[in-house]
Design a protein around this ligand. Sequence first.
Ligand code: FES
Length: 338
Amino acid sequence: METSLEAEEAVQDIEAGTLDVRVKQVRYEGKGIHSYEFTSLTGEPLPPFEAGSHIDIHLKNGVIRQYSLCNSPAERNRYVIAVLRDEAGRGGSRAMHDEVAAGSIVTISRPRNHFALDGNAKRVVLIAGGIGVTPLKAMAHELDTHHVEFEMHYCARNRDAAAFGEEFSAMERDGRLHYHFDDGAKHNQLDIAKLLARPAPGTHVYYCGPAGFMKACADAASHWPKGTVHFEHFKAPEQPKRAPAPVSTESTGGCDVTIASTGQVVHLSADQSLADALNAAGVEVPTSCCAGLCATCKVRYREGEVEHNDFILSDEERREYLTTCVSRPIGKTLALDL
Ligand code: FES
């Protein structure tokens, strides 16, 4: 049983935007994939979340990583994430697999959602590539709860590499979940272009997976009506080598960023991220992924032109906001609504 002091601290953490949770269970879900079930320290329900939400996990070495919640949002007693061990990655998944065990306590953020289901959809197509299945699994649960018609396609190398086999078995049996294995029969592999050939009124598409898969989905859905196609990258895609920095910042060695509320001017050098420059000048901007994937560092701007390098903001949002970890001003000045 937790002491009242621990309970009090946990509540304070919630108010501060983070909370400590207990790792109740670590499960093998598929080749290289572990799921982690987190429960409250106090016995209180966890903060609510919607399908598509992710949480930050604060790892022991100070590293913060984002993982999508994959259980049903109707469950208030637990959060579940799943992590694919990536030996070639930045180390977050290895730390999760090696250091986070059942019984331990980890600090997490409150859930945030940049990949929400559209409540107006009459029918939904979910397309998952590999570990990109995690947010889509939560969506399948939510759609099921609200009796919205959906079909889910899950692409994986083979059945061993596909996660949540047990949990998905009912959905597979009733024909809403279709597996597509790279190592399987050719006719069973997913033809994304064919699947998305004809947009149907009221149908929305959601996809998440590795870079090649994301591009195939984007190409296949390019003719779908605006606002009906939704996606989330779980890793920053490989970028072609960046063109030289815009002339104004290159030639002057940087540019000046004005903080609208105080008039403070922060100098941004050509080799610095905007988030780093702001934080160094005492203008606090929270960051998390530092890769343009999570929008934690999103800030509204008032004046100036921006080179947007994120993978999360819509065109509409980009007219108002920028992500300070990867995006940069193009002109000599920029005013931020801070
Ligand atoms: S910190 Fe994640 S988008 Fe900037």
